[in-house]
Write a protein that binds this ligand. Structure first.
Ligand code: AMP
Ligand code: MG
Length: 336
């Protein structure tokens, strides 16, 4: 007997068509989760008004329940219905950077499920710029709480296949928008005070924000400010393979470990800046590119590719632009 075979991923991974967006909306209204592409990474979307949907989101990811979620809305959504937008600099930031890879943390009006912000009085809002994200958010026309669509601690997903690798058929739909361009998560900025404070580094940098608002600082990772963004304290972004990391300049030890690994009949890959790849000629190298933006776009893809090898070796890099600081933050957590 012959059977028509359909691969499982083709049932879950869907092109962004009107028909599939309609189905996505039905799922979201029913409290089911839909993964969708953004310009940074894929998000695991849940109806922000439904406690059960948010609970499921934490449960499926294995996410610590004190790590709040970001609410995503389309570009024409009136965010002042969800949060208090009452400072001139907040409006300037919205005008300058939204839609885009930035998340603003406001005082909440308490309209969405309390579980989204894990009991905090604030709510994080993001307006992703990619067409796929906008199509999905417009179709549902609801605030969508969405963490990155990976199992907790694992490398964030930048393709629909990455999402499927983590969740399989545990979610009914993954909207496929191809590979994300930005590659690392949004910059999270606290805008509840007199000036913006960056809680999580990203593609929008302090200098870019300060050009608009006059002042912007990074929350000191060691100070009490860190508690304002609970997520930053957790282990993150780790590929599912053995890792090692070496200081920039110490390429001899990288080669030594690589060769040791090969001699044990195992495989290894070195992840480094393009400018440093010359030290590792003839070895498996995943080049991150030259600039901070290039490196951001390639980092998570590279970390997922690295899972095909027994060992991933990170070769640290000097910081030559501000976005590289954000890349370094993820790189060190992934290899740490
Ligand atoms: P992820 O969903 O994995 O991209 O992580 C979301 C990030 O946003 C974490 O670092 C959270 O701590 C941060 N975040 C979300 N909501 C808030 C909030 N209300 N206040 C401060 N940080 C937040
Ligand atoms: Mg995440």
């Amino acid at each position: 007997m012959t059977m028509l075979s359909t691969t499982n991923d083709s049932i879950v991974i869907r092109q962004i068509t009107d028909e599939n967006l309609k189905l996505a909306k039905e799922y979201v209204l029913q409290g089911k989760l839909v993964a969708f592409p953004t310009e940074t990474v894929y998000g695991l979307g849940a109806n922000a008004f439904l406690d059960d949907a948010i609970r499921q989101c934490f449960y499926l990811k294995g996410r610590p329940t004190d790590n709040p979620l970001i609410v995503h809305v389309h570009k024409d959504y009136d965010i002042s219905t969800l949060v208090y937008v009452d400072k001139p600099y907040q409006k300037e930031l919205i005008k300058a950077f939204m839609p885009g890879p930035i998340t603003l943390v406001f005082n909440s009006r308490g309209k969405v499920s309390d579980l989204v912000s894990c009991g905090l009085k604030t709510l994080a809002i993001r307006m992703p710029s990619s067409q796929g994200a906008q199509s999905f958010l417009k179709a549902v026309n609801l605030p969508i709480a969405a963490p990155s669509a990976n199992l907790s601690k694992h490398t964030s997903p930048v393709t629909a296949e990455h999402v499927f690798a983590d969740f399989g058929q545990k979610i009914p739909m993954i909207l496929d928008g191809g590979r994300c361009e930005g590659g690392i998560e949004s910059t999270v900025v606290d805008v509840t005070g007199d000036y913006p404070i960056i809680l999580r580094k990203g593609l929008v940098t302090a200098q870019m924000i300060a050009r608009v608002t006059g002042k912007c600082t990074y929350a000191n990772q060691d100070s009490s400010l860190n508690a304002r963004s609970p997520g930053t304290k957790y282990k993150h972004y780790c590929p599912k393979t053995q890792t090692a990391v070496f200081e920039h300049g110490n390429f001899e030890d990288v080669i030594k470990l690589y060769n040791q690994t090969i001699s044990q009949n195992k495989t290894a890959v070195i992840m480094c800046r393009e400018q440093d790849a010359c030290h590792f000629k003839g070895l498996n190298v995943f080049s991150l590119g030259e600039t901070g933006n290039q490196m951001a776009a390639r980092l998570y893809f590279g970390l997922r590719e690295a899972e095909r090898f027994d060992l991933a070796i990170g070769y640290k890099f000097p910081i030559t632009d501000e976005v590289m600081l954000s890349v370094e933050n993820r790189f060190l957590k992934a290899f740490g």
